[in-house]
Each structure stands twice: as C-alpha cells, then as structure tokens.
Ligand binder design. Structure first.
Ligand code: TNX
Length: 498
C-alpha cells in the first residue's frame, strides 16, 4: 500500500524489509522542543509516551548545509533518524514520521523507508478571515496546528473587513471599541488584544509558521467608518454593488452602523484627505511593530467603491508606507493595475486556474516590476467554496462547487502565461468565513481540500505518485491520524477513507 504521505515528499523509497516497532520503551533523543513535539504527536496517535535517552531508538538532529526546510528520514527495524537542514526541516520530518505510523499488524509500527525531502515553494500559506466571523485565539491555534502538520509555513490573517476590525490599535482605540462587536449574520464579534496577537505570532513561530497580517485597504473598510466616520466615504451604491448585495441577500449597508451582510465593494476610505494617510501610517506602524515576519498585506481587492485614479494614488502611497516601515508590501492582484506601485510589492492572484477578465495581466505586472506572485486560484484553493452542490456551508461564486479533485488537479506554472517557477513565491489556500462560524465549520470546509493545496505548495510537480489517483489514496490513509488529532473533517465521497 502507498504510504499516506501528504504532501508527497520529493523522494520516497519504501522497502519490504521489516519496519520499526513503536513500543512503550521506545526512546528519543534530540533538541528539546523537537523531542517534545514528536512525543506529543506520537502520544496522540498511539497512546505511547516516548522517553528521552542519549543512545536513543529515534534520533532527531539538525545538520546545517542542505536546502532550507529540507530533511532526511530513515527508518529500519532498529532505528529511526530524522536529520533536518534546519529546525523547520526537522519539524517537517517529524510531520512525515507521524503520517507513517500504522497499526496494521496489531501493534504500532513505522514501515522501513528512506525519504529525502525539501519544499518546492518557500511561501506555503493558509489564510484565515477573522473579520467576517471572528475566531477566538484557541481556534487560530488549532488552525495553525492543522496547517503546520501539512508543512504550511505562512499564516495570513485577514484582520479587517467591512464587518469588523479585529486587532486592538493604541493609536485608534475606537476601531475595536466600536467596530468589532458583531460578525456576519449578527453572530458574536470580538477582537485580539496586542497580547493575543503576540501569542498567535509566538504559537505560529514554534510551529515554523510566519504570521502575515492583512489590513484590507482602501475598500473593505466599512468598519473603519463605523469607528472613524471622518476618513470613510458613505456606502457607495453602483449597479455592480447592488447586484452583489442582491445575490447574497441582506440589508443595504448604512454609514456608521456595523455591517452584518455578505456584500463586497461598497466601502472606501477618503482618498483625498490627508487624515486617511495619517490613519494608514499609524495602524500599519503598530502592526509592523507587532509583526516579526517580513510581509504586511494591505489588501487592495474589490475596491469597487473607489475611483480608479484614486485607487492608484492610494496604493502607491500605501505600498511606500509599508516599505518605509521595513516590510515587504503584499497586495491582492488588483493592485497590478497601478503604475507606480512600490516595486517590491508581492501580488496575490485570486483569479481562476484559467484566468478571466485580465486578472493574469494584473498578476504579470508584479513580475515585470521585479517581484513575485503568490497563487491563490479561487476555483482551486478557496476553501470557503462549497465542496458539493448540496453542502450546507460555503459559497459558489468561484465556479463552485469545488471538488477535492479540482482542488488537486492544477499546476502552478500553467496558470498564468509568462509566470514560471521562479516568478512564483508560493501558494496560499484561503478560508473566507462568511459562512464559517467556528472550528467545527472550519474543519468541515478546509479538509480534505487543504491537503491538495499543501501538495501544490510542497511537492515537486513530477513524480510517479504525484497524481490524483495516488493522492486520494494517500489522503484516505490519513483518516486515523486526523481523527487522533481531533480534526472534524467530513468524509468526502471522493476519497477512499480508511
Ligand atoms: C472574494 S477574492 C473576496 C473576499 C470574499 C471571498 C469569498 C478576494 C480577494 N476577496 O472578500 O470573502 O471572495 O469567497
């Protein structure tokens, strides 16, 4: 049987030779944090508590020199060894080991194997929208655990949107005092204190994930207007925006009143008011100071309520502000239409696997500027799309429903003409939360499609097992591990679950 490894490692050799038996006396050696992390996953999966010893059965080690985040894993009857090129590589080797543990023969064992592995892309992201439905810190931690186990290394937090502002700002306290109390549908709101945010950054870093915070500007800012009406335009109502509101239902947005609907595109900051730029500099400054990672995401999507020239002026200044703070600006691909966008800006493409509406041209712009793109094709990696036509959760606008097969069958270098391997910083799967209220909903929508995005991010494009047929087998074999980790996934009919 194919070992249930997802994402598929670069090189896997399994042998018919006897594997390693995990027993209550099995010992482990290596760096303390790695030992503790391995012990935890082994305990959850098998109930066995590994003990520490110097001459151990399972040896964890770091040997600098290989590619970043790479590792070697060796399993035979007598021993297991994982050698990472760095701490992240060792961590990923342990995730692979956890997937190899089986209970087939009546006891716990790990098949004999030699695995040499390294990621295809350096940016392997997941996005969580905590604005449409606020998600408490514990849910963010759980999402980090899930993503890190699939070798994702970036956590993009969509912290602000029309429906709420979710991070405390000392310079603008009314953002959370007045514009965080509700979520879509009138569900409970909430916000992160600075201490909460630091705790998320730290929890992520311990699992080798970097937080990429997003403050969505200059649209998706109705909540800013609830707190500070002076810098926000009243809701803009074009035909396009009316259509969006009609499609999703709900009431029209009203100035200075918290918005609980699903429509997009009706809000804008005041572009020709200097107070707007004081606001942007203040909140991005606080965010930069709280964020050790290199990126600040400033949105720029669906600014239907901002005139094109105003949008360009705003994005030019906002990307310069991010650069002056010592961070790399990241924006959605719409900003690729702006002439003088800061050259370092990374673009996030959310069009389809087969581009429409000139979205590919917007994305190419970032590459022409000498920068790169992150691919989030909405019809493949938007985890908030309904997985089946009759699903109770999810949206369908991105050619939905999105099957697991479609989430899997796409190749990053084939999406946008002129954007090849070296132009792609990485891949990001996005979980927007208009219909997703809590961790149970999140698990049902993210799994198993998040595994397909993990494989697109990590695994080399070629290889005998890099196929849908093999992927569905491998994912099916992960059910026992996922159950033991408490992941409440739905058993998609496309997968042969074990
Ligand atoms: C589009 S694609 C959005 C979000 C919505 C999402 C729902 C993009 C950058 N923005 O505002 O939440 O669709 O699927």
């Amino acid at each position: 049987m194919t070992a249930p490894l997802v994402p598929l490692p670069a090189v896997v050799q399994t042998a018919d030779a006897a594997g390693f038996h995990l027993v209550p006396t099995t010992t482990v050696s290596g760096p303390g944090d790695a030992r503790a992390a391995l012990a935890e996953v082994v305990r959850r999966r098998t109930g066995i508590t590994l003990t520490t010893a110097s001459d151990a059965d399972i040896v964890l080690d770091i040997e600098p020199g290989g590619a970043p985040e790479s590792y070697r894993l060796r399993v035979d009857a007598a021993s297991v060894s994982i050698v990472g090129a760095d701490a992240a590589g060792l961590f990923y080797g342990m995730q692979t080991l956890a997937q190899l543990i089986t209970h087939d023969t009546g006891d716990w064992s790990i098949p004999a194997a030699r695995i040499d592995d390294a990621p295809r892309f350096g940016y392997r992201g997941v996005m969580l929208d905590v604005a449409r439905h606020f998600q408490p810190v514990a849910t963010v931690f759980a999402f980090i655990d899930r993503a890190a186990s699939l070798k994702f290394n970036m956590l993009h937090l969509h912290l602000t949107d029309d429906q709420g502002w979710r991070l405390q700002m000392d310079s603008r306290p009314l953002l959370t005092e007045r514009a965080s109390s509700t979520s879509v549908g009138g569900d409970a709101g909430g916000f992160y204190t600075k201490a909460d945010y630091r705790a998320i950054v730290e929890y992520a870093a311990e699992r080798h994930m970097t937080v990429v915070p997003e403050v969505d500007l200059p649209g998706h800012t109705h909540a800013v207007g609830v707190a500070y009406p002076d810098i926000a335009e009243p809701p803009v109502m074009t035909d396009e925006i009316r259509d969006a509101i009609a499609q999703f239902g709900g009431e029209d947005p009203r100035a200075a009143v918290p918005y609980e609907g699903l429509a997009v595109g009706f809000s804008s900051l005041r572009i020709r008011d200097e107070r707007t730029y004081e606001f942007v500099a203040d909140v991005l400054g606080e965010l930069a100071a709280l964020t050790p990672g290199p990126y600040l995401h400033i949105g720029g999507d669906e600014a239907l309520g901002t005139a094109a020239g105003d949008y360009a002026d705003f994005m030019e200044r906002a990307t310069q502000i991010v650069d002056a703070l010592g961070k790399t600006p990241l924006t959605w691909h719409e900003a690729g239409a702006v002439d003088d966008l800061h050259d370092a800006t990374v673009g996030q493409y959310w069009g389809f696997v087969s581009p429409t509406d000139g979205m590919d041209e917007r994305a190419r712009r970032f590459v022409r500027n000498g920068s790169r793109v992150i691919l989030s094709p909405a019809d493949a990696v938007y985890l908030d799309m309904k997985p089946t036509a009759d699903a109770d959760l999810g949206l369908t606008w991105a050619n939905g429903p999105t099957s697991v097969e479609r989430a899997y069958r796409w190749e990053p270098t084939a999406v946008i003409d002129g954007i090849g391997e070296d132009d792609i910083l990485g891949i990001e799967a996005a979980l927007w939360t208009e219909t997703i209220r809590d961790l149970a909903d999140l698990d049902r929508m993210a799994f198993p499609r998040i595994a397909a995005a993990a494989e697109a991010s990590w695994s080399p494009r070629d290889g005998a097992d890099r196929t849908w047929t093999c992927f569905r087998e491998r994912v099916g074999g992960l059910a026992p591990l996922w159950h033991s980790l408490g992941i409440g996934f739905d058993e998609s009919a496309e997968i042969p679950w074990q």
